[in-house]
Design a protein around this ligand. Structure first.
Ligand SMILES: Cc1ncc(C[n+]2csc(CCOP(=O)(O)OP(=O)(O)O)c2C)c(N)n1
Length: 773
């Protein structure tokens, strides 16, 4: 198999020819004797005058490059036998071994999918021998034993190597990289321990076509925006520019033109085929980033040898001349030239080394071939949503104890960064304020959490100085300072990316999306990044966070589609995501404590969907009745008031009808239930409180009491929450009557016309009467 593979690969033939020609040029045939590698003084000398890359290091990196190339062959071999599932290779990009060498093992890396040589070089740095090769092979074979994703995807990742696995969505990892680079110095300043040294450089690579993606453009902009203001941001972005995005050419010069003059970001350029140049330039860039704690971009001119992936025939869209020109710039030839010219290896030794590497890799491939894969849904899903409800309840109780101690003033804050409640609330504790609105309650609960969790951050558009569009974060900046409560630039992808990086760094981010409608242009950061990290790393990397989103409809006076969005289907189908929807102030604080504790304990990605129209609501049945206000629980009650994930609340105990609802629907349903009660009809109104996971057990119990269920759903009829509730009841074997009323499948218009498409209280009432008829 070895020789067959070798014969089949044009890059290999070209390499052999080039090496022979090189050897002849340098005065000896391919078998010209040399001093041999690693021999004392030669190994310590620069491989080329003026370079800091020593001959010995160059040889080690050459081995990583050769093994990377052999891994591409192994991928094709496994694929051909039906035992491998991934053939996007690294051929032509092996210069990134020099990048790895220029960085520290402890520098967190978020890598492009052509980074096998980087990965192997870093694995060598960790002294892992051929383990790195084995990792990649196991990934190709979707083997359960693969060390990061465990057979869930072929990614480059390893906890010990500080390589954080990335999905295949190009550029989607950049916002997180920016976030991580911003978070590491911030965590150090806040005295929060992270998994990485405070002087780390975050390295993040991407392809040239990916530079054009709006996610990348946003991340470059955010990095520059932070650096422009002098915020420390040790980020090295690396564009591996092979001139192609699958079949589409990147216009010559475009990458340099677009990256060379980014405000706040220093530009470096190197020929990716010249390992010494890559090493020297990457070393300079890393030194700049580390020393100045400022971002830089390293533009590596590379080539892509072969098609985009195994199935892609590049001859269909590239000329022979183009392909041949790229073969001449093979980085393996470049490194062979360095080594032969420096007298480290002969031509024959180069070829022998290549053959040995290929034999080693293919022999390993044969050994791992057929390794067991994941065989059950339970195995696949194990990292998705590990839940430890008892530990979450304990965490809430522990926090309550801390807060209680800080309230009484008897025990001072136990940890630096903790604040006394008296100080935070200016002497007037929220439990002494009298009845509060939903917005006030969330505000006080956020303050209480910030006071005892020094690692918690709050950020988003307008959250700090203004205190949020609706005042929910008012006063938090003054109480906790700009290190922990800050305004961001206006880019939802970046806000979420900051959260992803911060949580990876060990902070507990609570980002805000100003309106639900604006989640949608950034949803991939939740769906493709936040929610998948644990999945693609078997829980070895987590990004616990709480995303607060102001949303849903019924805003008076300030409406229209974008401020009145009731579409949450895009969140509800994300595996593992927890969505809480606080409707009443007397639930909101406990719900908030639960999601934050779950994020901390289990690494859960949580969403807090806050109904804007209820933020400042005070009344329930009659103007002035204060039925939508509630007193704030003191810490002594928090443990008893704990709300586990997926537990509903039942209002009333009527035996005629069960109304299932949430959010604004709760207030409308309670009012409808009041009207029905006046007619002698007894209702129980179930507030699901959780939109994911749904409180199925509670739903079924409450449905069974009356045998009649009306679902009052303010989201759309299609894809809305009620679809899930009906299905949950049917799946659970509920045999009674079920009806639902929901909002129309429409966008929401401005002004009074909004009422024509939104679920109305009168509709709930009429449907209830119909059901009881
Ligand atoms: C957001 C997104 N759109 C499309 C794709 C499909 N796709 C995978 S790789 C690729 C080309 C990327 O080219 P480039 O960034 O230059 O990297 P290269 O493969 O050349 O190294 C495309 C379009 C994707 N993975 N993600």
């Amino acid at each position: 198999m070895t020789s067959l593979e070798q014969d089949a690969d044009p890059a290999d033939r070209h390499l052999a020819d080039a090496v022979r020609a090189l050897a002849a040029e340098t005065g000896g045939g391919p078998d010209h004797p040399s001093q041999g590698p690693g021999t004392g003084r030669l190994a310590a000398r620069p491989v080329r005058a003026g370079s800091a890359l020593t001959a010995g290091r160059c040889l080690e990196l050459f081995d990583a490059q050769l093994a990377s190339r052999a891994l591409d062959a192994a991928a094709r071999w496994l694929r051909g036998r039906g035992t491998g599932y991934y053939t996007i290779g690294s051929a032509g990009h092996e210069g990134n071994a020099g990048l790895a060498a220029a960085l520290r093992l402890t520098d967190p890396a978020l890598l492009h999918y052509r980074s096998a040589a980087f990965y192997l070089a870093r694995s060598d740095q960790a002294g892992r021998g051929e383990e790195g090769i084995r990792d990649v092979l196991l990934g190709l074979a979707a083997a359960a034993a693969e060390p990061i994703a465990g057979g869930r995807h072929k990614v480059f990742g390893h906890r010990q190597l500080n390589v954080i696995p990335q999905t295949s969505t190009i550029a989607s990892h950049l916002p997180r990289a920016v976030g991580l680079a911003l978070a590491l110095p911030r965590a150090a300043r806040l005295g929060i321990a992270t998994a990485w040294p405070a002087d780390s450089v975050v390295v993040c690579s991407l392809g040239d076509a990916s530079v054009n993606h709006s996610t990348a453009a946003g991340a470059f902009n955010t990095a520059g925006y932070c650096a422009y203001q002098g915020l420390p941001l040790p980020l090295l972005l690396v564009c591996e520019d092979n001139g192609l995005g699958i079949s589409v050419r990147t216009p010559p010069g475009w990458v340099a033109a677009s990256l060379a003059r980014l405000p706040g970001i220093r530009y470096y350029h190197a020929d990716g085929s010249d390992l010494a140049e890559v090493y020297d330039t990457a070393s300079a860039a890393a030194a700049y980033v580390r020393g100045r704690r400022a971002p830089a971009v390293l533009h590596l001119r590379t080539v892509r040898l072969g098609g985009h992936a195994g199935s892609d025939v590049e001859a269909g869209y590239r000329s022979r001349a183009e392909i041949a020109a790229d073969l001449d710039r093979d980085p393996l030839i470049g490194t062979a030239r360095l080594l032969i010219t420096a007298g480290v290896l002969t031509g024959q030794q180069v070829l022998a080394r290549q053959a040995r590497s290929r034999e080693q890799v293919l022999a390993l491939a044969a050994r791992i071939e057929g390794s067991p894969q994941l065989t059950s849904a339970a195995q696949v899903m194990a990292p998705l949503a590990p839940r430890h409800p008892a530990a979450v309840a304990t965490a809430v109780a522990d926090l309550a104890a801390l807060s209680l101690a800080s309230t009484s003033g008897q025990a001072g804050p136990a940890t630096p960064g903790r604040r006394s409640r008296q100080q935070v609330f200016g002497g007037r504790l929220p439990e002494d304020e009298g009845p509060l609105t939903l917005a006030q309650t969330i505000n006080r609960a956020l303050a209480d959490e910030l006071a005892v969790q020094p690692e918690m951050l709050i950020f988003g558009e307008d959250v700090a100085r203004k205190g949020g569009v609706y005042g929910v974060t008012r006063g938090l900046l003054a109480a906790f300072g700009a290190g922990r409560v800050f305004d961001t630039l206006l880019d939802e992808q970046s806000i979420l990316g900051l959260a992803l990086g911060a949580s990876l760094a060990g902070l507990l981010p609570v980002p805000e999306i100003q309106y639900l409608a604006y989640l949608h242009n950034a949803a991939d950061q939740v769906r493709g990044e936040a929610a998948t990290l644990a999945f693609f790393s078997r829980g070895q990397y987590l990004n616990p966070l709480l995303l607060r989103i102001a949303g849903l409809a019924y805003q008076q006076g300030f409406g229209g589609h974008f401020h009145n969005d009731n579409a949450i289907a895009a969140l509800r189908d994300i595996p593992g995501l927890v969505i809480a929807c606080p409707a009443r102030p007397d639930d909101a604080a406990a719900l908030l404590r639960t999601v934050l504790a779950s994020a901390r304990q289990d690494g859960t990605v949580c969403v807090f969907l806050e109904p804007i129209a209820l933020y400042h609501e005070r009344d329930l049945h009659e103007p002035g009745d204060g039925g939508w206000l509630a007193r704030y629980d003191p810490p002594s009650r928090w443990a008893a008031a704990h709300i586990p994930i997926g537990r509903a609340r039942v209002h009333g105990d009527g035996a005629d009808l069960t109304i299932v609802t949430f959010g604004n629907g709760l207030r409308m349903s309670l009012r409808a239930a009041g009207a029905l009660a006046r007619d002698g009809i007894g209702c129980r109104v179930v507030d699901t409180r959780w939109l994911a996971p749904l409180p199925v057990e509670d739903l079924l119990r409450e449905a069974s009491v009356t045998g009649r269920v009306l679902i009052a759903d303010e989201t759309r009829r299609t894809g809305g929450v009620s679809e899930g509730i009906v299905t949950a009841l049917a799946d659970s074997g509920f045999a009674g009557q079920v009806a639902r009323v929901a909002s129309e499948d429409s966008f929401i218009p401005l002004g009074a016309a909004a009422g024509t498409v939104l679920l109305a209280e009168t509709t709930i009432l009429a449907a209830a009467r119909d059901l009881l008829r």
